[in-house]
Design a protein around this ligand. Structure first.
Ligand SMILES: [Zn+2]
Length: 188
């Protein structure tokens, strides 16, 4: 569409019409994405009290992955999710994404891992798992380890069932580069 636009004569009627058409399509895509993010975030906030996500938006600078993350509108999704969780007494925790896709969620071994593979395999303990679920477990464990204020006693692993409760999901869509978005823990 954009290529067609650039081929049109500058200032011509056709070019203007084409420009309006492109703008309309962009607006439609944005509205559809917002609607989707509202549904997704409401669904997650209704089911989970604690959601841990990779803090991709600040951690990756202007690299290719950061671009993908922005393109997918994750900032918007995180904002919606955060306020909906807080409305319900829950919390969104952002963690440093480093190592979350390469570390084994069972034995903590480091396995250099080709992100094009959907399956994560640990050469130390033999764990075979969907790569996004493995990353989600690491993200959640990291949230418990580094972010949650244990001293306040507000949210502790014991209270919510703990990272080993087996209720983890990787529900939020993944980026093209394959990094998992969220570790979700069912507090029930
Ligand atoms: Zn392992």
């Amino acid at each position: 569409m954009s290529r067609r636009l650039s081929r049109r004569q500058r200032g011509s009627n056709n070019r203007r019409k084409q420009g309006v058409r492109v703008a309309r399509i962009h607006a439609k895509v944005a509205a559809r994405r917002l609607d989707h993010h509202h549904k997704l975030s409401t669904g997650i906030a209704d089911r989970y009290r604690l959601v841990a996500v990779e803090d991709n938006l600040t951690g990756l600078g202007a690299g290719r992955l950061a671009r993908n993350v922005h393109d997918a509108g994750w900032g918007q999704l995180y904002r919606l999710l955060e306020y909906k969780l807080e409305e319900r007494g829950g919390r969104l925790v952002r963690v440093d994404p480093r190592g979350t896709s390469q570390t084994c969620s069972r034995c903590a071994a480091h396995n250099p891992h080709d992100l094009s593979h959907r399956t994560y395999t640990c050469h130390a303990c033999g764990l075979v798992m969907d790569r996004d679920v493995n990353a989600a477990k690491n993200i959640l464990a990291k949230a418990f380890r580094t972010q949650l204020p244990r001293e306040t006693g507000k949210v502790t692993p014991a209270e919510t069932g703990g990272p080993s409760a087996g209720t983890l999901l990787a529900e939020v869509p993944v980026t093209e580069a394959g990094t998992s978005a969220a570790g979700l823990l069912n507090p029930a």
